[in-house]
Write a protein that binds this ligand. Structure first.
Ligand code: AHG
Ligand code: MN
Ligand code: MN
Length: 341
């Protein structure tokens, strides 16, 4: 796509203006989608404000509630969950939402208008790391509704990932970033906290075709299938011709691990194992949006045998193995997992 090329102008491309310009690529756009993205960018700024205060105010620690996947929910998870819902419920852009922290779909209150989009989100990914001040983030996925009108249903959310019309994440790290794609490249913005604006910092991100980093929780090695174990061992073998061994990096925040993979290349894996057949990560809230981003940046994402974006979710919280990153590394992983190597 074409942007103004002078350094001074591109330096100050705000997220707001970028979203407005992206809309021009969608003939017949009504502005509804831009409004949705605008509200979302505000929502994640509110979450970020709270995350940065986490060490100062006494909102850390665990509540006694467990989320649908059985994890103990931390208070910041709840805050992020509610903040995003409240920022998005009244804009008139959405017909329904779903959050990783809630068992059922989240309806739009009856006194608010509904729109043609459905939103799924992981309000605070990697929240187990918060006490150690490690990078966490919010992941989101947007679909066009399939139901006709009024309040949406679960059918609007249980679509294959290829049907996403937008996806992205906010990253709460040493700086705060907003990375998104609406079908025309993957673009990254960094928050300038002094003016409260996201400024374009990573235009048209392309993942390297191949990379030398692998990222997985090797503590689960003994639970993995022999094929997965063989693949992992292969990555650690010395072979100068193919650039092995790979380097190992694992933050334990999916969104941060995938962001690094997007910029440096390589592969992130969360396979199924003897205890959790489909691994730990959720198809609707985590794998689909990240697969959409990585594919649009030139990479790939599979569950080992099938493309993530073509998996038909049957329930909101279902899990799937994830192999995501550079095309070459995901291809090699597939060869090991299907027994071709
Ligand atoms: P969440 O914090 O949203 O529940 O997600 C946690 C996920 C993901 O962020 C991370 O990569 C993964 O759990 C780590 O799992 P392990 O501790 O099993 O490696
Ligand atoms: Mn998560
Ligand atoms: Mn979460």
């Amino acid at each position: 796509m074409e942007y103004p090329r002078t350094a001074a102008v591109s330096k100050f491309m705000t997220l707001e203006r970028h979203i407005a310009e992206e809309e021009r690529f969608h003939p017949g756009a009504t502005g509804e989608f831009s409004g949705l993205m605008h509200n979302l960018s505000l929502a994640v700024k509110l979450v970020w404000r709270e995350v940065t205060k986490a060490g100062l105010v006494n909102i850390l620690g665990q509540t006694d509630r467990k989320n649908i996947s059985g994890d103990v929910v931390k208070k910041l998870d709840e805050f992020a969950d509610e903040t995003i819902y409240k920022a998005m419920d009244h804009g008139g852009h959405l017909c329904v939402m779903a959050s990783e922290e809630n068992e059922d779909i989240l309806k739009i209150p009856e006194n608010y208008p509904t729109g043609k989009y459905a939103l799924a989100y992981d309000p605070l990914d990697g929240s187990g790391n918060i006490d150690a001040n490690v990078t966490v983030g919010t992941i989101f996925s947007i679909y066009k509704r399939v139901t006709e009108s009024g309040g949406g249903t679960i059918d609007d959310l249980l679509q294959t990932g290829v049907k996403q019309v937008g996806a992205g994440y906010a990253l709460f790290g040493s700086s705060m970033m907003f990375v998104y794609c609406t079908g025309n490249g993957v673009h990254g913005f960094t928050l300038d906290p002094t003016v409260g604006e996201f400024l374009l910092s990573h235009e048209n991100i392309r993942i390297p075709k191949s990379g030398s980093i692998y990222s997985m929780n090797e503590g689960n090695f003994e639970r993995w299938s022999p094929k997965m174990q063989k693949y992992c061992k292969w990555m650690k073998q010395e072979d100068q011709a193919t650039g092995r061994p790979y380097s190992s990096r694992y933050i334990g925040s999916l969104v941060a691990d995938v962001h690094r993979t997007l910029l440096y290349g390589g592969i992130y894996c969360y396979p199924g194992d003897a205890k959790n057949k489909n691994g730990k990560l959720r198809l609707v809230y985590e794998n689909n949006p990240l697969a959409y981003i990585v594919e649009h940046a030139g990479g790939a994402a599979s569950n080992g045998t099938q493309r993530i974006l073509e998996l038909q979710p049957k329930e909101l919280h279902e899990k799937s193995p994830l192999f995501i990153g550079s095309k070459e590394e995901v291809r090699i992983a597939g060869e090991f997992l299907t027994g071709k190597r």
